[in-house]
Design a protein around this ligand. Structure first.
Ligand SMILES: *Cc1c(COP(=O)(O)O)cnc(C)c1O
Length: 458
């Protein structure tokens, strides 16, 4: 028998209370936070959609793993567990544990990067780009053209533009390419999936020119879900088999375990090439830790090993993708302008279209983030000109390409009624949307200003 309702495939054993606040309390909290939700205290937030990174609920099995974590400096059993799990999944021979994704990135890109080197990706995640540019290298994003049109449907909007890839390799010459990085799913491109066909095409182009190909595999299980259900020839494969096939096309991978490994901290770097892994291991020992822990506790490694298996369970993935889509589809039906189709880990709202009366230099995304908090105690993040805006020489704002607001859904944390509540908050929000005002920045830092900026309501 088929049912329409997909239930959370877990029971709740341990709970964390949510403090229910009133609109008048939230008004004061937000004023004190200078209209920047990053400055709110977590117990002032009712539903926290700031990020899906490191915010997953661990399973009873993972918590049991925490207790049996082996804290030996060298040759820990928990490392053995993490190592064999990643080896089985990725097929790569050399696995380096790191304290989070960006540590793996820093190690890999400082070995492959440097002045004159070029990196090419569907979209570099911000820490990826920062680590590449820090070495003096250049990073190019080449998503397919559909990626920047929020409303156009494409089943794999995270794909890389293969023609541009070949052009860039030829233009900069193969020997200058640090590597090609495929981010699955494409986080900065709206959490959109990448097809196996695209990964195969990238593999062929890289092979033809002798260029290295790495996966940024933070959300490879969520990506595998989309491949199984949207790419015909994969419908009979398991999610793990799909991920394994994608790993087999690349020379290695970096992962932030804070995403699809269902843990609160951790990451790894996996490499096939022995020489490259030796160079990376030296850096690992200098800055992260010995090769059998790399900045992680034994208990962290145990939890990662277990999480990497749980993430491929079909009931979990069905619930994960369908529950994200459920929120998106209801907001879409209500007329909230969204990035479509809905990706794996988040729903993105087009704030420029939602508040057409607020000019970009008055930050429509920030206005929406503040409204969501004031109305419902929901915390989201602006991904627009507050985050990516720059100034020209005359001090005029050069806006970001899009003014988005992201609702990132933590894994296994919120139930259906939390989501119903958020949908209801939006229904209240559209009632008076013409009256919402923009903001101006009263304080900002030179880099990553969105974390600490202060605002004034106009
Ligand atoms: C989160 C993330 C990273 C960085 O990982 P951290 O664990 O936050 O350091 C890199 N790439 C992608 C695609 C990510 O989502």
């Amino acid at each position: 028998m088929e049912f329409k309702t997909i239930i959370e495939p877990f029971k709740i054993k341990s709970v964390e209370p949510i403090k229910i606040s009133t609109p008048s309390e939230r008004k004061i909290y937000l004023e004190n936070a200078k209209y920047n939700p990053f400055k709110l205290e977590s117990d002032q937030v009712m539903i926290d959609f700031l990020t899906d990174s490191g915010t997953s609920a661990m399973s009873a099995n993972q918590w049991a793993g925490i207790m049996i974590g082996d804290e030996s400096y060298a040759g820990s059993k928990s490392w053995e567990h993490m190592h064999s799990t990643i080896k089985d999944l990725t097929g790569y021979h050399h696995i380096l544990p790191t304290h989070q994704g960006r540590a793996a990135e820093r190690i890999l890109y400082s070995v492959l990067g440097g002045k004159g080197k070029v990196f090419i990706s569907n979209t570099h995640f911000d820490t990826t780009r920062a680590n590449i540019e820090y070495t003096g290298a250049t990073a190019f994003d080449i998503p397919i053209p559909e990626a920047t049109h929020p409303k156009d449907y494409h089943p794999f909007k995270g794909n890389m533009d293969i023609e541009k890839l070949e052009d860039l390799i030829l233009k900069h010459r193969p020997e200058n390419i640090g590597c090609v990085i495929l981010t699955v799913t494409n986080n900065s491109g709206g959490g959109q999936p990448v097809s196996m066909k695209n990964a195969k095409d990238i593999h062929s182009v890289c092979k033809k020119y002798g260029v290295k190909f790495f996966l940024d595999c933070c959300r490879i299980a969520e990506n595998a879900y989309f491949i199984k259900h949207r790419e015909k020839e994969y419908e009979d494969k398991t999610y793990k088999e799909i991920a394994q096939e994608m790993f087999s096309l690349a020379d290695g991978a970096v992962m932030s375990a804070k995403k699809d490994a269902l843990v609160n901290m951790g990451g790894f770097l996996a490499i096939e090439d022995e020489k490259l892994s030796e160079k990376c291991s030296s850096l690992l020992i200098i800055t992260e830790g010995f090769t059998t822990y790399g900045g992680l506790s034994g208990r962290d490694m145990e939890a990662i090993a277990i999480g990497l298996k749980e993430i491929f369970e079909p009931d979990y993935l069905l619930y994960r993708i369908k529950s994200t889509a459920y929120l998106g589809e209801h907001l879409d039906k209500m007329g909230i302008p969204l990035m479509l189709p809905i990706g794996g880990h988040a729903v993105y709202i087009d704030a420029k279209e939602m508040y057409p009366h607020i000019p970009v230099n008055q930050y429509p995304g920030q206005a929406l983030v503040c409204e969501l908090y004031l109305k419902g105690g929901v915390r989201a993040v602006e991904i627009g000109s507050v985050m990516f805006g720059k100034y020209d020489k005359a001090g005029k704002l050069i806006p970001a390409q899009m003014e988005l607001v992201r609702l990132a859904i933590p894994r296994r944390v919120y139930t259906q009624s939390h989501i119903e509540y958020v949908i209801e908050v939006f229904s209240k929000l559209i009632e008076n949307k013409e009256y919402v005002k923009g903001y101006e920045i009263t304080y900002e830092t030179e880099y990553l200003r969105h974390f600490t900026a202060e605002f004034r309501k106009l």
